[in-house]
Design a protein around this ligand. Structure first.
Ligand SMILES: [Zn+2]
Length: 73
């Protein structure tokens, strides 16, 4: 589903949190807004990749535990 919600392009330097708007400019600082949909891949989002990797490991560990319990029966 396509979203028309936009976010202040300068919020990181001007606001404590993302400022969302449906207009072409930020209602708080007047900076241009940009589409709030996340990019498919952000090379700067290293922490995001780290989080995803940790989540994958957690899922694998829970599955491994389940498998070992099943094998013991
Ligand atoms: Zn702003």
């Amino acid at each position: 589903m396509k979203s028309d919600i936009r976010v202040c392009s300068a919020w990181r330097g001007r606001h404590d949190r993302p400022v969302y708007s449906l207009s072409q400019t930020c209602p708080e600082c007047g900076a241009p807004t940009e589409n709030s949909a996340p990019a498919p891949y952000n090379p700067d989002d290293t922490y995001g990749e780290y989080r995803r990797a940790r989540k994958r490991r957690a899922v694998e560990e829970s599955q491994a535990t389940h498998d070992s319990q099943a094998t013991e029966e």
